[in-house]
Design a protein around this ligand. Structure first.
Ligand code: NAP
Length: 242
């Protein structure tokens, strides 16, 4: 059976993506880092809607945790494979570059860019063997345009965009597509401290986006209908960039 793995699926955008992809018929693996309760709640929502879901803890920035968790999952599912991977887990630690501590740089690069690498490396082989796979990376407007106070985050997301384009060319002939979705401001825990009232004046659509609005696009890219789209970055930002 084909499964879908959503990193950081316990809350926010990842939660909405998990719910949407489960509606496509995939049993969904909801990864989380520390918030077990939120992960279980997401699984319960999916099950209450007739889907299948299981929570799986690992810190995407910790290579041993990633390897162990995925290896164990694969060993306990010898007849299954993860055909859809959504690399979504993330945090932000914003500050001006001149005040940025080593840990703030390393933590953000570690979770976003290293996390993408550690998880995707373990999952992609089965996709290639089975000649079918979908990788969707949740990046950011910050990685396209750059945002002041986010040099760590912009660098990490821009790095994933480069990796998306390179990997798409590596694996395309085996029926595996690799794309990225770049949200602007989306209403989640990550943005709850921002001054929405002021910021929304900068957005042509005059509001923050909803996690579901990102999930619809991620689910489309994860579907058969998106079979001829690869190496792309699709923006969802209410017109902010333009
Ligand atoms: P959120 O509501 O804060 O949720 C973050 C999710 O990531 C949680 O499920 C969290 O798990 C998980 N996570 C954090 N660090 C992790 C780690 N080291 N290992 C595994 N899981 C980890 O954030 P969000 O707004 O949904 O953001 C999701 C993605 O969208 C991120 O990549 C973010 O950069 C990107 N994005 C967000 C926005 C926005 O405006 N919200 C805009 C552009 C891009 P726990 O519940 O266990 O903590």
């Amino acid at each position: 059976m084909k499964y879908a793995l959503i990193t950081g699926g316990s809350r926010g955008i990842g939660k909405a993506v998990g719910i949407e992809i489960s509606k496509m018929g995939y049993p969904v693996i909801i990864n989380y880092c520390s918030n077990k309760q939120a992960a279980n709640e997401t699984c319960e929502i999916i099950k209450s809607q007739g889907g299948e879901a299981e929570a799986l803890q690992f810190d995407v920035s910790n290579v041993e945790e990633v390897d162990n968790a995925i290896m164990k999952w694969q060993e306990s599912h010898p007849d299954d494979y993860i055909a859809v991977l959504v690399n979504n887990a993330g945090v932000r630690e914003d500050t001006m570059l001149m005040w940025m501590k080593n840990e703030q740089w390393e933590n953000i690069i570690g979770i976003h860019l290293n996390g993408f690498f550690y998880v995707t490396r373990r999952i992609i082989k089965d996709m290639l063997v089975n000649k079918y796979g979908r990788v969707v990376n949740i990046v950011s407007l910050s990685g396209i345009k750059g945002l002041p106070g986010q040099t760590n985050y912009s660098a990490a997301k821009a790095g994933i965009i480069g990796a998306t384009k390179a990997l798409a060319q590596e694996v395309g002939r085996k029926g595996v597509t690799v794309n990225a979705v770049a949200p602007g401001f989306i209403a989640t825990d990550m943005t709850k401290e921002l001054d929405e009232k002021t910021l929304k004046e900068l957005i042509p659509l005059r509001r923050f986006g909803k996690p579901e609005e990102v999930a619809y696009v991620a689910a489309f890219l994860a579907s058969d209908k998106a079979a001829y789209i690869t190496g792309e970055v699709i923006s969802i930002n209410g017109g902010l960039y333009t």
